[in-house]
Structures are given as C-alpha cells and as structure tokens.
Design a protein around this ligand. Structure first.
Ligand SMILES: Nc1ncnc2c1ncn2[C@@H]1O[C@H](COS(=O)(=O)NC(=O)[C@@H](N)CS)[C@@H](O)[C@H]1O
Length: 438
C-alpha cells in the first residue's frame, strides 16, 4: 500500500479524553474514531489489525473442531422469553420495536439463538459432539463505556457454543476450547492466563477467564508467576484425544480474579517468591452451564437408550475489539505501538528518504514491488515529507520492520533495516533485503 494513496489520519497531539495508553495510541495512530459513547468506527489501519486478530481466532477455533457460521445481530424477544433471560438481563439489553411493533433486541450474546438452531436440526446423540461458533457484533448498554474499544457498547465477539450428550463429554468440549484459547492468545503475542471466574448472567458452575496482565487491567488478579512462562500446547495437539492432562497442568497452579478469591487465601496457597498480584484485562471467558438453556428450550437428543435428554452446553467468548487494545497495553513504548508480526497491520514499511528524487524513487519502487511480490504485507511511505516525520509515523503505528532507503544508501547499494521492537538497525545490500524479510 502506498501511504500517499492510503487513509491514515494520524493525530499529532494526545486526545484528552483518552485515559489509558492503548486508547491514546489507537486514536493517534488513526485506528479508530468514536462516533458516540461506546460506539467506534474502525478506520483502515485498525480494521486491518482487527481482521488479523480475527483470522488467528478462526484458525484456532477450526483446529479445535469448532464449525463457523454467522447469526444476525438482531434477535427476537420471544426467544429470550423461552430461556427466562429477557427480563433478567436488565438495562444492558438494547430493546427494539419494529414497524409492526414486534419486540426485538440487539444481541448481547447468542446462547438462545444457537440453541434454537441446534434444536431445529439435531435430534440424535450420534450427531454429537458439536461446537458451532461465529464472530459477530454485540451490543451491551454498558453503564460506563470507557478506555476506547476496551469496554465499548457495540463490540465484536467470537462466541462458540458446544453441545454434548452428558457432563463428561461437555467437560471434554470445555477443555478443547481451553487449549484453543491458550494457543490463540499466544499466537497474538499475548500471555492469556486462565483464571477461575464467576459465571454471571451466562450461568453454569464451571468458568475460566483468560487475562492479559497490564497495569490498566480492570480486574484484580492473583496468580502463581510460574504460569507466565509455561509453554503452550503445540499445533500438533490431538484435539480428539484426552486433553485432561493439559487442563490439569494449567489449572494446578493458583490463578484467580479478586471476585473468586481473597488475598489471604492467595498468600497461603502460593509460595512467597511465586506470588504475583496484578491487574488483568479479560480477553476471553469460557463457561460450562449444562442444561440451563437446553431444558427450557427443549433442545433434546435421543440417547442410545432411546430416551430423549436435554444436551449439555457450554459457551466460549473472546472479544477481538478488546484484544486489539490489550495487545497495545502489553506491547508499546514512548514512541508508539509495537505490533507482534502476526497481527501487524503491515509487516514492513519502506521509507523513501528523498521522495521526488528520481533515482531514489526508482530504487524504492523496485524494492517495494519485489517485497510485495514475495507476499509481504507492505506499506510504502512515498509521501513528500521530511524523514523525521516519516520515522515518527512508522514508530507510532508500530510496523515491525522499517526499511530505510535514501540517496546515500543507494550510492553504496545498501538499505537500512530497523527492528521496531528492539530498535536494532542493520545495513545490508539492497539485493539481500527480500531474502532477509520474507
Ligand atoms: N463491553 C465490552 N467491550 C469489549 N469487549 C467485551 C465487552 N464485554 C465483553 N467483551 C468481551 O467478550 C468476551 C466474552 O463476553 S462474556 O460476557 O464473558 N461471555 C459471553 O458473552 C458468552 N456468550 C461467551 S460465548 C469477554 O471475555 C470480553 O473479552
């Protein structure tokens, strides 16, 4: 992408309403724009990151055996009356009336709707286990939206729903998602720590939240610091096998939010040098809630014994529009964002130090074409701007590699590469730049 043809409205000064660094940087880097309280547009650079986050989520959900579909954002009130949540959900629910005065709502979550889909088509235990998921916008009328898209009113959520014949099978489904979540966050450069959690309006009695540690996290968390450098299950994990050993290994060390434990209990349970008290950003939350929805909504299957039985369910959420700021909270410096390559809006930016100089332009065009041709997601800063402002923009928007090319380097047939994360620079022959980056 040529920057002179792109839409990247970076801001020079820090917007005063932004309280935390990720909110400030997302506004300054031209990633989002607030349209109203808790409602954001995702501008091109932010949307590119959001789509890369979404892609990693989809790959790991698919690896774990979940099947993707897409449900509408608007849901019928009658469906929520069947589960009894229509009134119970409270003021967070945005209730809508259509022209025929029929009652609808903007979905805050989809347990009822996915259960309705399931009960329409699945009748036999032979069709289980089943895990269906989608990535869809949700609305929750948060009393205090804040921190940009970290806690917004309209937000994107991956929500998966599992269906099994009995609790044992449902726990195995829960463990498949647990392992998928460990892999998902680590692939985005995040350490997502699983913690015992409350079940809240979703329900059930088994729930884990995945937290990214950051001082701006809304949750107080207590954990054994050995959790932070545990290797995650590999891409060769057999998701059809027994994942209980992995689940037990990851849940044997103490980790809980301050809603689920006390500091005293924590201090007693964890050896002093392993104790870590921190703040966490909840980026994912998984639940097992048995027949809470299948019973009232009559989502039954016929078992091997010929008897009808309500299926055991779980739901598994990740907030991609919260993950993006969480990555920035975990990875930034005084000059701006530092994107892990896996989610960076562009993998590398080519900085032309003398746009308008025929020789430099020609050399940059050639290098840009070669790098793009070998599959790199490239940004080319071809603007007629001073070098300093180009470096500042590249640092602010956090592109992992900066290729810097000007008349001097050109004379010696060399290009400089700067690593955004480490600041380290290397100069190498122009002819080796493609091999170095791909
Ligand atoms: N207001 C919000 N803004 C941004 N992300 C949010 C917001 N509320 C929740 N999320 C994200 O959505 C994830 C799942 O939300 S949840 O309420 O915990 N779980 C559910 O809704 C279940 N249906 C899981 S499928 C959270 O872990 C969080 O990452």
């Amino acid at each position: 992408m040529r920057l002179s043809r792109y839409f990247l409205p970076v801001l020079r000064d820090v917007p005063k309403e932004a309280e935390i660094v990720s909110h400030r940087l997302m506004l300054r880097a031209g990633m989002i724009r607030q349209q109203a309280s808790g409602l954001y547009s995702w501008l091109p650079l932010g949307y590119k990151v959001l789509m890369k986050v979404q892609k990693i989520i989809e790959e790991e959900q698919n690896r774990a055996g979940a099947i993707q579909l897409l449900m509408p954002t608007i849901q019928s009130a009658d469906l929520w009356r069947e589960s009894g949540r229509y009134d119970a959900y409270g003021k967070e629910m945005l209730r809508i009336e259509d022209r025929h005065e029929r009652e609808f709502l903007y979905g805050p979550t989809n347990e009822e709707m996915i259960t309705d889909i399931f009960r329409t088509y699945v009748k036999s235990y032979k069709d289980l286990p089943l895990n269906l998921y989608h990535i869809q916008w949700k609305f929750r009328d948060e009393v205090r939206p804040r921190f940009g898209t970290m806690r917004s009113r309209e937000f994107l959520m991956k929500d998966a729903y599992s269906f099994d014949l009995d609790e044992a099978a449902a726990v195995a489904a829960f463990q498949r998602m647990f392992v998928a979540y460990l892999r998902t966050f680590r692939r985005m450069g995040l350490v997502g720590v699983p913690m015992r959690a409350d079940t809240g309006p979703i329900g059930g009695n088994l729930s884990y939240e995945f937290h990214v540690l950051a001082e701006t996290g809304e949750s107080g968390v207590f954990l054994d610091r050995n959790l932070l450098d545990k290797p995650i299950p590999g891409a060769d994990t057999d998701f059809r096998g027994d994942l209980d050993p992995i689940f037990k290994d990851w849940t044997s060390l103490f980790a809980a939010t301050d809603e689920m434990t006390t500091e005293e209990a924590f201090r007693e349970a964890v050896p002093a040098d392993n104790q870590l008290k921190a703040r966490g950003i909840e980026v994912g939350h998984i639940f097992y809630f048995g027949t809470k929805y299948s019973e009232p909504m009559k989502a039954n299957v016929t078992g091997a014994d010929g008897k009808d039985t309500p299926v055991h369910m779980g739901s598994y959420g990740i907030g991609p529009t919260r993950v993006v700021p969480a990555i920035i909270e975990a990875s930034h410096d005084e000059n701006g964002i530092i994107w892990p390559v896996s989610v960076a809006p562009f993998e590398a930016v080519l900085i032309n130090l003398k746009a308008g100089d025929a020789e430099t332009d020609a050399a940059c065009e050639k290098l840009y074409a070669e790098l793009t041709a070998c599959g790199l997601d490239m940004l080319y800063d071809d603007r007629d701007q001073p070098a300093g402002s180009k470096f500042a923009t590249a640092d602010l928007v956090g592109i992992p590699y900066q290729l810097i090319l000007g008349p001097r380097g050109l004379k010696s047939g060399e290009v400089e590469i700067k690593h955004r994360k480490t600041g380290e620079r290397e100069t190498l022959p122009l002819t080796e730049a493609v091999a170095r980056l791909k």
